[in-house]
Design a protein around this ligand. Sequence first.
Ligand code: GLU
Length: 395
Amino acid sequence: MVKLSERVQSMTSSPTLKLVQIKNQLQAQGKVILDFGAGEPDFPTTDNIKKAGIAAIKKNFTKYTTTSGIAELKKAVQKVYEREQGFTAAEMQIVVSPGSKYSLFLLLQAVIDPGDEVIIPRPYWVSYPEMVKFCGGRAVYADHLQPGRLFELTAASYISLCSARTKAVIVNSPSNPTGKIMGGGDLRQLIDFFYKKNILVIIDDCYRKIIYTDQAYPSPMNLVPAAREMVAVVSSLSKTFAMTGWRIGYSIVSEALAAAMTKIQEHSTSNACSISQKAAVEALSGDEDAVREMVAEYRRRRDYFAGRVDEIGHITYALPDGAFYFFADFSYDIAHKKFKDDNQLAMDILEKLNIILVPGSAFGAANHLRISYATSMKDIRSGLDKLSTYLREGK
Ligand code: GLU
């Protein structure tokens, strides 16, 4: 067999996407699975967006597009940030990619040299450390691990880790997996500190539209206007518009960085799917009633979840302010059931209850489990009934 590159050998599989595969396999065996695993909205993509995709096919919009995305979509992105954040990105600053995961991958490939450090939050989204490693960089972890402190995302946690090797920092707000939002004051402090040292501040705002507080989402590009060149926003349509399979993400970065990322995209994937781009124009330009309804439903589920978890009693969590995950400390159950760790607990729950949860270790937080509530209320009810019986056994 061909010898695999060192780079790929040091990479681990995505634990979240592996769970999608496990679910599909179990379902193919006829099992009824309650899926609280990979974060994927259970809602279908709305009809207006689907129709835009179908119209694109009918009009033969099925060829290559400009690598960095069609002008119409870049304009739609521009308008969104103008409307929501009072910030106008130039068209040349926008790169549309096949999913924001790839946007981030391009961004890191464009700026990280071997030995460079990237400060990432912990708990982290599973792909951050792997992408940094793949670029030859070293992930350094800003800890926000204490549910008792509400997994608070602070500027200080990043600033204290700055070194001569730091090349970039990643802020994920609302956070996957904790649902916590970095407040405007902390974000301003963080941007102000890092841009002066020529360190890129990457804001992953994929869950920006799924927020349950009245706080306005701070505009990273406006907080420190002098820092704009050193701020990069990475975003996605997957979660907001229930479009995970369409694979559309985008970045707003400096023009120089956009050109560098486009070059890499030219030689790797070419443009994002032409049909999906047309559907994305409709998603970003159409009315947002469906988004508001989905967020209201996520909020109902979150509150229901919290009530049921409180009834169980011994699980420590911080109520999520955004995204659609509960990230909770299950140390008590791991010890009580004499398990080695959260992986074993999650596996036992899968085997005995047919419920998929993601072990906290996948996010750098041992003894926790992530529970996605982007799944139907019916499944949430039945999953929580089973879980609470299971967790109370022998208590
Ligand atoms: N981002 C989602 C999650 O954390 C989907 C899977 C993935 O891309 O990791 O579950």
